[in-house]
Design a binder for this molecule. Structure first.
Ligand code: SAH
Ligand code: SF4
Ligand code: F3S
Length: 480
């Protein structure tokens, strides 16, 4: 762990009053919690364990790494055995109704487990907690949940745990916007060799279907200097690939401009740069050129379409038309011929007609996506679309969803095959789930490759011959 943070924590005097300012205040609580966890662990004669469950997007996953960093710092061991853990935290997502349903389902299970193990501490945080009705429901119907906090104050985990350890009430702390950003805290990366890096928080776009601006607050960019410093620190700690994260990383061309990308690319030892998610309305020529000019910037753009119908795009407040989107795709492909383009698509937005849907299929065919995440429109309370006329019937939506899936797989299978027979660099990420004599890694275009290899290869970039395309992934052979 970062030695400066460690020294600061060590210098804290627990008998002095709690510091008022951050990050010293959290350092105080980290130290106070370390003491409590140590005592509990000695009494039980075993280490305490913690499970952090992530339900949402990459930003949610990055937040989980920060939560786990704090938990490990105060003495918990990471575990994936929820039933026997001493501390379980759900980092929730509310972008679609099924994200919420999954959380409630799992929480119901956990209630039974907690009945048998009264010592277990259960915490809930993340985007769902920014909805007042959810917090109300937890207060009244899920009283066994010990700690509830939101998206703006995850840095306070140690303080909230201290309140939980020393009190006997449900601890609830929800903010409605970013009051302060506290960054100098321990984090625990899931992968030693790659990391997400927040470059902006929140979203100001208010796409009419989307709840994210309400639960993540207004857009806030981080200072380029701080971003660079964080990446330099990560690289010196063994990171080879960073994913620059934000709901709209290129908002008005502001946060992720080509200058920042080119600066990041200069960092010695950093080998790959990804970013997620750019908005089509803000994708500048300069950004496309920066990707072309720099071999460290990965050959992949995730460019959410949402719908191919200009009429619906207007109702969605996406601020581009079908034609504008297709021109953008052409420009990208003309500038960077071997780029991989992926997307997000929503089916069944209120008022979607067969003709609108045909426009979406048309864009899928013309844009030749390497893959697409397809979603059934989910009505989110409080968003403008929830009140729009013409909610599409379930049967029609299901039928369109299946037709969309079929078109996406036809197009992407055909398109992805273009790499067959080539030699490509692959960053090895893991042992293969299905066969432990194989490893799995990603090419710069984000496509997965499986090939024979052992765990020694994890975290390194190796050259692989792509033998066969299996739809969404490749089987390959490592080149000597
Ligand atoms: N900021 C990113 C996406 C964040 S949410 C962007 O603008 O691209 C990820 C995806 O979830 C969105 O791209 C969209 O396709 C989908 N999504 C968001 N709200 C939704 C809703 N109410 N119903 C169905 N899908 C939704
Ligand atoms: Fe949601 Fe639109 Fe913001 Fe993406 S850009 S998070 S879809 S409001
Ligand atoms: Fe979900 Fe929140 Fe991400 S709603 S998609 S976890 S920003």
């Amino acid at each position: 762990m970062d030695t400066t943070i460690e020294n600061m924590i060590n210098s804290i005097d627990l008998s002095a009053p709690v510091p008022e300012y951050e990050p010293m205040r959290q350092y105080y609580y980290l130290k106070a919690c370390r003491k409590i966890v140590k005592e509990k662990s000695e009494a039980l004669n075993r280490p305490l364990t913690a499970v952090v469950s992530t339900f949402g997007c990459q930003m949610n996953a990055r937040d989980s790494e920060k939560l786990l960093g704090i938990l490990k710092d105060i003495g918990y061991q990471e575990s994936d055995d929820e039933e026997n853990a001493d501390f379980v935290i759900y980092n929730t997502c509310t972008v679609r109704e099924n994200a919420n349903l999954r959380v409630y389902g799992r929480l119901g299970q956990l209630k039974k487990v907690k009945r048998a193990n009264g010592e277990m501490i259960i915490a809930m945080c993340g985007c769902m907690m920014q909805e007042p009705e959810v917090v109300e429901k937890i207060k009244t119907s899920y009283k066994f949940v010990d700690i509830v906090f939101g998206t703006f104050n995850i840095f306070k985990l140690a303080e909230l745990m201290y309140m939980c350890f020393t009190g006997d009430e449900q601890v609830i702390d929800i903010w409605d916007s970013t009051k302060e950003v506290v960054e100098e805290l321990p984090t625990s990366r899931k992968y030693p060799f790659k990391s997400g890096v927040n470059i902006m928080f929140g979203c100001n776009n208010f796409c009419t279907y989307c709840i994210v601006p309400y639960v993540r607050g207004r857009e806030k960019s981080r200072e380029p200097k701080e971003i660079i410093r964080e990446i330099e620190r990560l690289v010196s700690d063994g990171v080879k690939e960073v994913m620059l994260l934000g709901q709209n990383v290129n908002s008005y061309g502001k946060t992720l401009d080509d200058k920042l990308l080119r600066e990041i690319a200069k960092i010695d030892g950093l080998e790959r740069i990804r970013f997620m998610t750019p908005h089509p309305k803000d994708l500048s020529d300069e950004l496309i050129e920066a990707i072309r000019d720099n071999s460290k910037i990965c050959n992949h753009i995730h460019l959410p379409l949402q719908s191919g119908s200009s009429r619906l795009l207007k109702l969605m407040n996406r601020q581009y038309t079908k034609e504008h989107y297709l021109e953008l795709v052409d420009k990208i492909r003309n500038t960077i011929p071997d780029i991989s383009i992926t997307t997000d698509i929503i089916v069944g937005f209120p008022g979607e007609t067969e003709e609108d849907f045909e426009d979406t299929l048309d864009v899928v065919r013309k844009a030749k996506y390497d893959s697409a995440y397809t979603f059934i429109y989910s009505k989110r309370t409080g968003t403008p679309a929830a009140k729009m006329d013409g909610q599409v019937s379930e049967d029609i939506v299901k039928d369109r969803f299946n037709r969309l899936l079929a078109t996406v797989s036809e197009v992407s299978h055909e398109h992805i095959k273009r790499y067959e027979g080539m030699d490509m660099d692959v960053l090895v990420e893991d042992i293969d789930d299905h066969d432990n004599t194989f490893v799995t890694g990603r090419m710069t275009n984000n496509i997965l490759v499986h090939f024979k290899g052992d765990k020694e290869l994890i975290g390194s970039i190796v050259n692989v011959h792509l033998d066969e395309c299996k739809g969404f992934y490749y089987m390959g052979t490592k080149n000597d």
